[in-house]
Design a binder for this molecule. Structure first.
Ligand SMILES: [Zn+2]
Length: 259
C-alpha cells in the first residue's frame, strides 16, 4: 500500500461535512442505547459526550474515548461513528465517548479551532472555551480504567501509538500495532515526532510537570486514569483505510486489555 503523496506541508486529503457526521453519530448512538450529554455549543455545533451503560451491573470497568480534537483529522469522528454502528464493546465496561472536540476546526479543515488554538496543547492553561468546557465535564466523571485518544498524523509513514502506562500494566501498544499491520503500514521509524519509537510504539517520559503545554492524554493521566493511549493513523492514505486502522486498533486494545 503506497502513500497518496498529497500531504505537502499539511493535510490535503479528503474532508468531511461535520454538520452531517455529528447528527449521524447521535442517531447511531441513540439506536444502540447510548445517552448524549451536551457540554458546550459553538455556533450551531455541539460538543457532547456519549455514554453506553455496561451490560453487567456489578463493578463495571470504565473506558473513555475521544477524538476530533484536530479539525484536519477526519478519520477520528468517522471511526467513532463506525465503532458505534458496529457495537462491539466490552460487555463489562461503561463506555464514555466524546466524538468531536473541535467542530469549528472541521468546518475550517484546520488543526486548531476558529481562534487558531491547538486544542490538544490546551489542557494545562485552558485558554479555549472548548477545552475549558471539556475539562469541566471530565472533572464530573469518576476515574477511568482505560482512555484512548484517536488522532491522525499527516506526516507519518504509517500507524503508530503513544502509550502512557506508568504502573507497568500489561502493555497494549504492541497488540494494536500487530492488528493494524493487517490494515495499513506501521511507522517503524526509530524516532517519531522527536520521540524514541520502537516498532510503532512510543512510550513518552512522564515529564508532564515540566511540559509547558499539555495534550489531553497528559491531563487524563494526571487526573483521571493510569492508562492512556493515543492512536495515530497515517493521513496520507485513503480516509477509509485510516478509519479501519483506528477501529482495528481500538478493538485490539479492548481485546488485549480484557485478557
Ligand atoms: Zn491529532
Amino acid at each position: 500500500m503506497q502513500k497518496l503523496g498529497k500531504n505537502h506541508g499539511g493535510y490535503h486529503g479528503e474532508t468531511i461535512d461535520i454538520r452531517a457526521v455529528l447528527p449521524d453519530i447521535k442517531s447511531a448512538a441513540r439506536l444502540h442505547g447510548w445517552t448524549t450529554e451536551l457540554f458546550y455549543r459553538t455556533g450551531d455545533l455541539d460538543l457532547f459526550a456519549l455514554h453506553r451503560p455496561s451490560l453487567v451491573t456489578r463493578h463495571p470497568s470504565r473506558i473513555y474515548l475521544s477524538t476530533g480534537i484536530h479539525g484536519d483529522e477526519p478519520a477520528g469522528p468517522l471511526a467513532a461513528l463506525k465503532l458505534i454502528q458496529e457495537n462491539r464493546w466490552p460487555a463489562n465496561a461503561e463506555i464514555y465517548l466524546v466524538p468531536c472536540l473541535n467542530p469549528d476546526g472541521f468546518v475550517l479543515n484546520t488543526r486548531g479551532n476558529a481562534d487558531g488554538i491547538d486544542l490538544n496543547r490546551d489542557y494545562r492553561h485552558l485558554e479555549s472555551s472548548e477545552i475549558s468546557a471539556h475539562v469541566r465535564w471530565l472533572e464530573r466523571q469518576s476515574r477511568f480504567d482505560l482512555t484512548l485518544c484517536l488522532h491522525e498524523d499527516w506526516e507519518s509513514h504509517g500507524f503508530y501509538v503513544y502509550e502512557l502506562n506508568p504502573d507497568g500494566q500489561a502493555p497494549l501498544g504492541e497488540n494494536m500495532v500487530a492488528a493494524v499491520a493487517r490494515v495499513c503500514p506501521i511507522d517503524l521509524s526509530p524516532v517519531i515526532e522527536g520521540r524514541e519509537a520502537n516498532g510503532g510504539v512510543i512510550r513518552p517520559s512522564l515529564d508532564s510537570a515540566v511540559r509547558p503545554q499539555w495534550p489531553e492524554a497528559f491531563w487524563l493521566l494526571q487526573n483521571k486514569t493510569r492508562r492512556s493511549c493515543t492512536l495515530e493513523a497515517p493521513s496520507d492514505f485513503p480516509v477509509s483505510v485510516r478509519v479501519d486502522a483506528l477501529v482495528t486498533a481500538v478493538n485490539a486494545a479492548f481485546a488485549a486489555w480484557q485478557r
